[in-house]
Design a protein around this ligand. Structure first.
Ligand code: ZN
Length: 678
């Protein structure tokens, strides 16, 4: 969540961006002039004779993309594959995923509804004796209420995942209070923890802090409470808020709205499309269309990366909204946009653990990650990783491409699992790539960063992408100990694994489908790209004739019976990833697991650990050795430590020996990228 100074920068940048089409046009015009002058060059004294306007036969008049207002027409796109309902996939209680979920849940329950609702009640003129929360939820924070929206989503998703009635009761109580505030305000459906006057300031171009972003969090929380926890009142409150948003946005011209969209507004467009889908009322989708920021979408549609200097976590949700629009309309422009965006971010703007961005934005041109690392220790904002995964999952539904799963797994294992502090459930803002970084963590009730809110959603639904399905086949994507109940097919399946602590997984059919005897169906088993040619699959203990190919699905079609079991052996190996603009900067992985060099935490102050959003490494300098390594064979200079899982050490690299452990378990100081001198 950008601070004030940054927002001024962003506004200035937006103005610059608005000028960009003119600047871009200039070289083309020059080129046209040159080419036109060539063919009929005759002996004319150019200095003395005014030149006629050159004829540019090949230059046609062209309207820019989105020159006209969007017209919403519902023509829904059928996904190729779908996720399962949250409740249909159960995480093994002793695994790292359920453990993270439990830490997050306990943190949520320690924050009482009274404290969460204090600002809503005060703003509505209702009494509250609760002790206000601090940080970004304190009573004078312009962002107040954002975390409450995330909290509602967290309650809804936890209930959806586990049937947790205690958490559902929390969510229901908060919804009821927000409805009470909405009625008390009697402001055309408006309700928020900050007053409606903030939107007046937005209109006037005065200093605000992302009021539509904050309203989106509340809308999303309410819609989640309706979808996952069956709370009808939540939908009613959301519809009334949407009515207020409709009135506010309809009262402004398109040009004026496009200007207003230069202020951070995040994913409110997506919420409007979701509301349109839930209510089957296109009115809300037309409101969503008013949040399509054309100056951002145009270059993406033209497959140009102009992300430099853009604020990442306001624009990723805009791409999600565009993707949602594609799903409702079939308008192919809104498929090209997320597809190109995903490619350029994932392939040229993503660090080894899966995150993207520095200082909350894409600060450089594409493929300049070494420059990004040098510029700041504020790398990989958690909200961005979360939202990129959300987008990835959405696009996987359109076409189940393996690259989406590889990226999702990389992020889930290394970034997301690595940003929740064991036991406390407190989470980080950034996952820094600075040498000798540490994880800066929010506090119990004095922080409430955007990323702390995002985490409540993340850790409530970690199982949502393990399996997908189409009408008659199953996709096994992630190696997570879990149980699947595919109700429509009468299939129950268990996955047993300690992955990534072990390089294998085992699927067991607990219940066979209720179909006519002899009917075959297919399990598409992911053979990950990071494994080797030595990967092996057995069915009921018998090896398959064909060798599984890394980076593909192995399609297992048969009449599956109760007790059938499939085992996938997927050997891991050491690999490295280099930064394209400085190949000496290298990260090391074991299978999909990003390894991090370990350095002692030492005596860091409370402020350095908790108050700053990022590790201020310059305030506590610690040298990370350069690795003097020879040869391509990593196994010669990175060797396993006997008796310690997933732990390695450097050998013969000069200087001090470095211990390497998974980044997601690193709570000391760490280094993911090392300078390697060969
Ligand atoms: Zn964030």
């Amino acid at each position: 969540m950008a601070g004030d100074k940054r927002r001024i920068d962003r506004r200035r940048f937006s103005l610059g961006l608005a000028m960009a089409p003119l600047a871009l046009a200039s070289p083309q015009l020059l080129e046209a002039q040159e080419v036109s002058n060539k063919p009929d060059a005759v002996a004319v004294d150019k200095a003395a004779t005014p030149q006629p306007e050159p004829k540019k036969r090949w230059q046609i008049y062209e309207e820019e993309h989105f020159a006209h207002p969007l017209v919403f027409e519902r023509r829904g796109v059928k996904p190729q594959v779908q996720p399962f309902a949250l409740r249909d996939v159960t995480l093994a209680e002793d695994g790292p995923y359920a453990q993270s979920r439990a830490w997050s849940r306990a943190f949520m329950l320690r924050i009482t509804p009274g404290r969460l609702l204090h600002n809503f009640r005060q703003t509505a003129g209702l009494p509250s004796t609760a002790v206000p929360l601090g940080g970004l939820e304190k009573p004078d924070s312009l962002l107040r209420g954002h975390w409450v929206g995330h909290y509602l989503s967290g309650c809804a998703l936890l209930y959806g995942s586990t049937g947790d009635t205690e958490v559902k009761a929390r969510g229901d109580a908060i919804v009821a209070c927000i409805a009470e505030c909405q009625n008390k305000l009697a402001a055309g459906g408006f309700v928020s923890a900050f007053p409606e006057t903030e939107f007046g300031r937005l209109e006037m171009g005065q200093k605000v802090w992302a009021p539509f972003y904050t309203l989106h969090k509340l809308m999303a929380g309410l819609l989640d409470m309706h979808e996952h926890a069956g709370n009808a009142q939540a939908l009613d409150v959301a519809v009334k808020i949407a009515g207020w948003v409709d009135g506010w946005t309809a009262a402004r011209s398109e040009d004026r709205m496009q200007d207003i969209l230069n202020e951070e507004f995040g994913g409110i467009g997506e919420s409007m499309y979701n509301l349109a889908a839930v209510t089957n009322d296109n009115r809300w989708a037309r409101v969503g269309d008013r949040f399509q920021k054309k100056i951002f979408l145009r270059p993406l549609l033209e497959r140009r990366d102009e992300l430099r200097q853009l604020h990442a976590n306001t624009h990723i949700p805009q791409v999600i909204a565009a993707a949602r629009r594609y799903e409702l309309t079939g308008d192919s422009r809104f498929r090209v946009i997320p597809e190109f965006f995903w490619e350029t971010v994932v392939e040229s703007r993503t660090f080894a653990p899966g995150g993207s961005g520095t200082m909350e934005r894409w600060v450089t041109h594409a493929n300049h990650l070494a420059w990004e690392m040098k510029s700041s220790s504020e790398n990989q904002e958690c909200c961005c990783a979360y939202n990129m995964m959300k987008l990835t999952r959405q696009m996987y539904g359109w076409e189940p491409q393996m690259r989406y799963v590889e990226y999702y797994e990389r992020n889930l294992l290394n970034h997301r699992l690595g940003t929740i502090e064991p036991e406390t459930g407190h989470t980080t803002y950034f996952l820094s790539m600075a040498p000798a970084a540490w994880k800066t963590i929010g506090t119990e009730d004095q922080t409430f960063w955007c990323c702390n809110g995002t985490a409540l959603e993340e850790f409530a639904k970690l199982q949502n992408s393990v399996y997908f399905h189409d009408d008659d086949s199953l996709y096994v994507n992630l190696f997570v100990a879990s149980e699947l109940n595919w109700k429509e097919r009468g299939v129950r399946l268990k996955q047993e694994t300690l992955f990534p602590k072990e390089p294998r997984t085992r699927l067991i059919i607990l219940t066979a489908p209720r179909t006519a005897a002899g009917e075959k169906w297919t399990i598409h088993l992911r053979v990950p790209a990071w494994t080797t040619e030595e990967a092996r699959v057995t069915v009921n203990g018998r090896p398959l004739d064909i060798a599984p190919q890394p980076g593909t699905y192995l399609n297992l079609t048969r009449v599956w019976k109760e007790g059938d079991h499939v085992e996938l052996e997927m050997p891991m190996r050491l690999t490295r990833e280099v930064l394209g603009d400085d190949p000496s900067m290298q990260a090391f992985l074991y299978g999909p697991v990003v390894l991090a060099g370990q350095f002692p935490l030492g005596q860091l102050s409370f402020d350095l650990l908790h108050k700053n959003e990022e590790p201020k490494v310059k305030d506590a300098p610690l040298a990370v050795p350069v690795l003097a390594a020879k040869g391509d064979q990593l196994e010669r200079w990175i060797v396993p430590v006997e008796g310690q899982e997933m732990t390695f050490r450097t050998v013969g690299t000069g200087g001090e020996q470095v211990m390497l452990k998974p980044l997601n378990e690193s709570w000391q100081r760490f280094a993911v990228y090392f300078q390697v001198a060969s």
